[in-house]
Design a protein around this ligand. Structure first.
Ligand SMILES: Nc1nc2c(ncn2[C@@H]2O[C@H](COP(=O)(O)OP(=O)(O)OP(=O)(O)O)[C@@H](O)[C@H]2O)c(=O)[nH]1
Ligand SMILES: [Zn+2]
Length: 191
């Protein structure tokens, strides 16, 4: 994997002060967002957040992404750790295809059926950049903020110890209930 790295810069936010470092792989640019005390932590809190422009930026109610990002940044500003902003939009089918998947969902398909109908897998994410970032930042133990068993499996496959799992559960609404149901019933999410 040929990765280009940035220097580390300060990023003051409404949540608190962070340090950021960018990583560019063949397809995307990703971000490590660290609390100021990150280097002193033995087992930092870590959130691997998959990009969702419609949720994270536009406040879409079709998913729980913006609430999860908000929860994670608040929590990590307070307790110390790392958010990896993993830029694999739409479970790595990209923004245009995600909008096409949403159009199919408007016709009654669920999130998995829509992906399959477009010729993709139900979840096409590749977490290898996450392993690279852990290695670069010296993360050997962590407390993972997620409901997704695949993220847990991936972190364990790296030989990184998960000392605790923190659920990332936020309030649902009438537009994302079906999406959350599909994640729970068909994708094994711990919701
Ligand atoms: N293809 C597709 N991607 C979606 C859809 N809704 C959200 N996403 C993407 O799904 C990703 C978030 O994945 P989720 O399965 O919601 O949650 P997760 O990150 O795997 O799990 P947690 O760590 O528990 O939050 C983001 O990249 C979103 O852009 C959808 O209907 N179709
Ligand atoms: Zn989303």
């Amino acid at each position: 994997m040929n990765i280009i790295q940035s220097n580390i810069a300060n990023l003051p936010t409404k949540y608190g002060k962070f340090k950021i470092k960018a990583y560019k792989d063949a397809n995307q640019e990703h971000l490590a967002i660290m609390s100021e005390n990150f280097e002193t932590l033995d087992a930092p809190y870590v959130r691997i957040h998959s990009e969702c422009l419609t949720g994270d930026t536009l406040g879409s109610l079709k998913c729980d992404c913006q609430n999860q990002l908000d929860l994670s940044l608040k929590f990590i500003a307070e307790h110390g750790g790392l958010v990896i902003y993993h830029r694999q939009e739409g479970r790595n089918i990209g923004l245009l295809n995600k909008v096409n998947a949403y159009a199919l969902q408007d016709q009654g398909r669920n999130t998995i059926q829509a992906n399959l109908e477009l010729g993709f897998g139900e979840d096409d994410r590749d977490y290898s950049i996450v392993g690279y970032i852990f290695n670069d930042l010296g993360v050997k133990k962590l407390k993972l903020i997620t409901n997704n068993p695949k993220k847990i499996q991936y972190v364990e496959s790296l030989g990184v110890e998960i000392v605790e799992r923190i659920p990332a559960i936020t309030k649902s609404n009438k537009y994302n209930e079906a999406y959350l149901f599909t994640k729970k019933e068909h994708m094994g999410h711990m919701l």
